[in-house]
Design a protein around this ligand. Structure first.
Ligand SMILES: *[C@@H]1O[C@H](CO)[C@@H](O)[C@H](O)[C@H]1NC(C)=O
Ligand SMILES: *[C@@H]1O[C@H](CO)[C@@H](O)[C@H](O)[C@H]1NC(C)=O
Ligand SMILES: *[C@@H]1O[C@H](CO)[C@@H](O)[C@H](O)[C@H]1NC(C)=O
Ligand SMILES: *[C@@H]1O[C@H](CO)[C@@H](O)[C@H](O)[C@H]1NC(C)=O
Ligand SMILES: *[C@@H]1O[C@H](CO)[C@@H](O)[C@H](O)[C@H]1NC(C)=O
Ligand SMILES: *[C@@H]1O[C@H](CO)[C@@H](O)[C@H](O)[C@H]1NC(C)=O
Ligand SMILES: *[C@@H]1O[C@H](CO)[C@@H](O)[C@H](O)[C@H]1NC(C)=O
Length: 328
């Protein structure tokens, strides 16, 4: 028989091995993958509304004079507000952007990062009869254009000056924006957490318009800008809650192997519930369907970095919050 000390040592060894294996296996949150370049969009994906209609075709950002003084604006507007029983409470989905205005030239500009094919297409794929893996139209990109539509932002949202930078700093920023745009190519709606507490483990981070705004603010402070806001800076987050996720694989690993047929069918069936995504109302209905399905089956297939993960879902399953993220 094993003595107590021996048993204790074994237990410790097992723990060390277990923790070691965990450590090698996975880093949380899973890093959002950067790509060398942005691939062409598949012709199957057709935008109902053209992406960045008034932006420069090649995404050029004009160069400012070194000594110009550029004001920086925080822009926010509700996408929609919608009350649907008390299942998900009141949706409070906001769109965020950043404005700049040049004192030397008197011109102003808006930059925003958003979906090429709208939110629904970035959240739920298409299940096509003729294509085995679910088909995603999930690219997102930065759009830079001249003008700030004061009314659009200020009437029901926010238009607030939060700082000033030099033309030189602006030029650095615009190079950074173009690199960021080239390497961060897809939109991710969900943030996945272990639970709703402040100490929760973050399994996956979203990659959306507000994350772009946070990255840009961070870059601006790195470049020496000081940003401050008189009001609370709140942002929309769309959460899933789950136990530790399991990696499943990419399209060819799952859908190209007869041995994984059951998993492949399960993923197709999971996404089959959700309707085609024409309008924001369709998206709302799909969200509610997702909520019902997830509470019943306690299971979710997340697509992240063009790979599938299984999430063992747990209460409160899905939540939309509007919470503070302070300026850097
Ligand atoms: C979503 O993608 C489908 C398939 O390409 C497309 O028909 C539809 O217009 C897209 N929805 C929006 C709102 O762009
Ligand atoms: C970002 O990429 C998209 C898609 O290629 C392009 O339309 C847009 O002009 C680019 N934006 C910037 C600011 O480079
Ligand atoms: C941006 O420029 C337009 C046109 O000159 C002007 O009406 C608007 O007030 C400006 N907005 C800001 C925030 O500078
Ligand atoms: C602001 O909200 C009111 C009431 O909901 C609406 O009628 C109006 O069109 C909104 N304005 C803008 C610019 O979105
Ligand atoms: C979060 O973690 C801190 C430090 O580990 C601990 O003091 C605190 O009680 C935790 N809070 C919750 C809500 O678990
Ligand atoms: C899919 O994953 C396999 C490993 O499981 C890898 O060899 C392959 O390159 C991946 N395919 C793509 C398109 O990333
Ligand atoms: C903003 O976020 C804070 C904390 O995250 C919250 O207490 C507050 O109610 C939010 N404000 C609004 C208008 O929702």
């Amino acid at each position: 028989m094993m003595s107590r000390t021996e048993a204790f040592l074994w237990l410790n060894l097992l723990l060390v091995l277990h923790v070691g294996a965990q450590f090698r296996r996975q880093q949380w949150p899973v890093p959002y993958r950067r790509y060398d370049y942005r691939p062409d969009v598949d012709p199957y994906c057709k935008a109902l509304y053209p992406f960045c209609p008034t932006g420069d075709r090649d995404g050029q950002i004009p160069e400012m004079r070194e000594w110009d003084v550029i004001s920086v604006y925080r822009l926010q507007t509700p996408v929609w507000e919608f009350k649907y029983g008390d299942l998900l409470g009141k949706f409070h989905i906001m769109h965020d952007a950043i404005g700049f205005s040049s004192s030397e030239m008197g011109t102003n500009y808006t930059i925003e990062w958003y979906e090429l094919f709208q939110l629904g297409n970035c959240t739920f794929p298409h299940i096509r009869p003729d294509v085995y893996p679910p088909f995603w139209c999930n690219q997102g990109a930065a759009c830079f254009f001249e003008g700030i539509d004061d009314l659009h932002w200020s009437q029901n949202g926010t238009l607030e000056k939060i700082g000033e930078i030099s033309g030189g700093q602006f030029n650095y920023l615009s190079q950074w924006i173009q690199d960021d745009n080239e390497t961060g190519i897809y939109y991710e709606t969900w943030t996945v957490l272990s639970d709703p507490s402040p100490n929760a483990t973050v399994w996956f981070e979203s990659y959306d318009c507000s994350q772009f705004v946070h990255r840009t603010y961070k870059k601006l402070t790195e470049l020496g800008a000081e940003l401050s806001s008189r009001s609370q800076t709140n942002y929309t987050k769309i959460y899933l809650y789950s136990g530790e996720p399991t990696y499943l694989g990419n399209d060819s690993a799952i859908f190209g192997q007869p041995a994984l047929k059951n998993l492949a069918m399960d993923i197709r069936n999971f996404y089959h519930t959700f309707r085609p995504h024409q309008s924001i109302i369709d998206f709302a209905i799909s969200l509610l369907e997702a909520y019902k399905k997830v509470t019943m089956e306690k299971s979710f297939y997340l697509y992240y970095n063009f790979e599938y993960w299984h999430l063992p879902m747990k209460p409160p399953y899905v939540q939309i919050t509007y919470e503070e993220v302070p300026l850097p």
